[in-house]
Each structure stands twice: as C-alpha cells, then as structure tokens.
Design a binder for this molecule. Structure first.
Ligand SMILES: [Zn+2]
Ligand SMILES: [Zn+2]
Length: 443
C-alpha cells in the first residue's frame, strides 16, 4: 500500500463534509431540540431512536434503488462476516422497519413517532450542507385520513414558527399506484419529444424516473418543466378528494401554502401528499429548502408489513440553525448560578471541592473554577456567571471552621460557621427572591 506523503506532517483533520459542533453552538442546538420535544409532546408523539446502521437492503427496497440517495449518496460497507450495511441516509425506512419488527400494528392506531439524530449522505458538500447532518422528523403510521396530512404540515410549519422562522409550505399531490402510471406515460411523452433540450442527468431520468426531471435544478430543464403536464390534473377521484381535503384543513388552520407542481420529492415511497418547507434565501428571489415530507401509503407493505397508510416529514437541523443565525435569533441564555465556591490555598481547595459537591448534591445552583488561585479572578468568574453569593474558603476560615459569605450585589461579607452554611445560604437565597418579587410588584 502506498501512502501519499503530506507536507503537513500527517496533520489529522476533519473528514470532508463533516462538522464539529463546538461548545459555543450547543445552546442553539438545545433550543431547537427543546422546541421539537415540546411540540411533539403536545401533539402526542412518542420518541423513537433507531440505529445509525441498517442493512443496505432496507434502503434499496424502501427508498428505491434508482434514487440518487441510494444509488449515489449512501455510505455502504460489507462487514467481515459478509453483512451489507449502510449508514442511514434518512429515517422513514428505519422507523417503518422498527414499526413492523416490534409489532406496533397491534397498538392502537395510528402510531405517532418523532426522532432526532444524525444521517449520512455522500453528496457534494455545499454551504450549510454536510455529509453527516442532523434531522428531526415526525411520522404517523396507521392513518389514511387527510386531516393527519394537514396536521403534520401544520407541525412542520409551527415548529419553525415557534423558533421565530416564518416558513413557506409548497405542496403537491404525487398520486398513487392507481393514477400515477397513466400520468408518467403522459409526462414521459412530453419530455421524450423535447429530449434534446434536457440535461445529461435528465436524459437518464427519462428512462428510470421521469418524475425527477420536474425538480432538476438545470435552467433548461426547469423552463421545459414549466409547461409540463401536471400530476394534479391527472389524479384519480380518490386522490383528488384527498388532496382537496388536505388543502381545506390547511385553510382552516390558517397555514399558508403554495401549490407547486414541481414538488415530487427524491424518494420512491411517496404517495399522494408531498410538501417542502422553504425560507427566503440571502440571494433575492431564491428559496432555501429546510426539509419536507409526504404520505407513504405503500411503504409498510413494501418492507414486509400489512398494508398500512402513513405520512411524515423531516427537517434538517443545520439548515434551521443557519437561518436562526442569519436572522439574528439567539437562544435564551442558561439560567444564572446562585452560588460560587472560591478557594485560596491548598488546604482550602480540598475543603472547597467537598463543599461544592455537598451543595450541588443538595440541589443548589452552584458553580466553581478550581484551577484559579487568586481571589480577584474567582470573583470575576462568579460575577460573569451571575451568582448571587460567593462562598470563600481561605487559610483562616479552614483553621476557624468557618466560611466567608460575600453578597455579590453589594460586596458585604459575613463569617458563618462551616456546619451551618447550607441553611444560611438557603435562607439568604429565599430572602433575595422575596425581596426581588416585592420590588417588581412596587414598580
Ligand atoms: Zn435536468
Ligand atoms: Zn390516485
């Protein structure tokens, strides 16, 4: 095996398309996770976590062998034992596998599940897009009624609204096995007659999956698609009624939507309702897609279960975070600490370690920085963390069996018996809370 010599002395670095989530960004992530959890709870969704690794066959069968995701973008490998495995590129197939495997069809239907986690796609990294990316998603399995489609669309809209983002919903119907084949024939004929104007990829799509030409990003293909026959004009009676009902519910909920015949989604399993979620981009007139979803009434059966209707959506967390930062939406800072434990000298540090631990286990909001030695440094940190009191342990306090309590508001210090410190500090904290609430009432 030949090893390429690098003049960077084999510096180890982040794999292309991957991203570290650094401490500074974590409060943004916490904010998104908290909103998702919250909205999931109110709509009655239970959390599910499926493994990152699944058998490759699951995605080939579920998502579709000819889709870009499966044919070009999956991280797949063969284990020493010969198992063909893939890092999950999406989660609907995994959730449905789990639904079937754990007999969730015997539970009261529908089963409402949500998830959050990392996914993997080996495509060309672009700004704000990574090869390991996070999504949260919601799935409702075991319900065919249009009201559920509308409710999921509303959730995908409201979860972003709760975060301060005003999303645009673009919606379409992609029909079902009853009406889609007929439409695909008409569509194929339309593009076949204009084959010379299609991009290279779309010539390939024409044979395998003409629907995908509709969402090609190539300018020439896009202008051809503007005049292309639309699925909504070829829906069977049942699909048409379903689509109309979804739109009526959305009107009722005051969720604005755009009918967009080019929303076809990249995966094979979608039937009937398909939608995508956009936000205006920095470039004028352009939109950024944050995610999307749709109905997948055939997937449970395709993966070996009983015929079971289902619908769901997923949203990319990094894309949401980029928008939050672009729109200067900041997370609420973590609540302040009440107490800082400061120490001066070796003996005092030992005692301080123990005191800190006792207060923390007692349920008090306490913080420290044992690597600092000087009092001024420690008081600065205590101040920055918004603490109300600093407990100071020095040589003198150790030999006297006392602690110095410093009120951070006015700098007043008082000596207290070490053994009474917990009660003393609780009393003072309660007193401060009462005083502050009285002040608020007066003003
Ligand atoms: Zn094209
Ligand atoms: Zn139909």
């Amino acid at each position: 095996m030949s090893v390429k010599k690098s003049n960077k002395k084999n510096k180890l670095q982040l794999v292309k398309g991957m991203k570290d989530i650094l401490p500074d960004e974590q409060n943004y992530w916490d904010m998104v996770r908290a909103k998702v959890k919250n909205i999931a709870r109110s709509y009655g969704f239970a959390r599910i976590d499926t493994p990152i690794v699944e058998s490759t066959g699951l995605f080939k069968r579920g998502v579709g062998e000819d889709t870009d995701v499966v044919s070009k973008e999956m991280y797949s490998f063969v284990t020493e034992g010969g198992d063909k495995l893939s890092l999950r590129p999406e989660n609907t197939a995994g959730v449905v596998r789990s639904y079937i495997e754990h007999g969730m069809l015997n539970l009261p239907q529908p089963v409402k599940l949500y998830y959050m986690g990392p996914f993997f796609r080996h495509d060309n990294p672009q700004a704000g897009r990574y090869r390991q990316f996070w999504q949260f998603g919601f799935e409702v399995i075991g319900e065919s009624e249009a009201v559920i489609d509308a409710q999921l669309i509303a959730i995908s809209f409201y979860v972003l609204k709760d975060l301060g983002l005003d999303a645009e919903i673009h919606i379409n119907s992609v029909g079902d096995n009853n009406c889609r084949p007929q439409y695909l024939k008409v569509l194929k004929k339309y593009y076949q007659d204009r084959k010379d104007d299609l991009c290279h990829d779309c010539v390939e799509r024409l044979a395998k999956n003409p629907l995908r030409i509709l969402d090609c990003k190539n300018k020439k293909c896009q202008s051809l698609s503007e005049e292309a026959p639309q699925m909504v004009d070829h829906l069977c009676e049942a699909c048409k009624n379903h689509f109309m009902a979804v739109l009526e519910y959305l009107d009722e909920l005051d969720v604005k939507y755009n009918l967009n015949p080019r929303i076809v989604r990249g995966l094979d399993y979608y039937t009937r309702t398909a939608w995508e979620i956009f936000l205006p981009s920095n470039e004028e007139g352009k939109l950024n897609a944050l995610g999307g979803g749709g109905r997948y009434d055939d997937l449970v059966e395709t993966l070996g279960g009983r015929p079971t209707p289902a619908v769901g959506f997923a949203i990319g967390i990094e894309r949401v975070l980029a928008k939050l930062q672009e729109n200067k939406i900041t997370p609420t800072p973590a609540p302040d600490f009440d107490i800082y434990v400061a120490q001066l000298g070796v003996e005092a540090r030992k005692k301080a370690l123990k005191l800190f631990e006792e207060l923390r286990q007692d349920g008090l909001q306490v913080t420290e920085n044992m690597s600092k030695k000087g009092l001024k440094d420690q008081l600065d940190i205590a101040d920055k963390r918004g603490t109300k009191y600093t407990l100071i342990l020095g040589q003198k306090e150790i030999s006297d069996g006392t602690v110095l309590i410093r009120d951070m508001e006015n700098g007043v210090q008082e000596i207290v018996d070490y053994n009474k410190i917990k009660n003393e500090i609780r009393k003072r904290l309660e007193h401060k809370v009462m005083k502050n609430s009285k002040l608020k009432k007066i003003s």
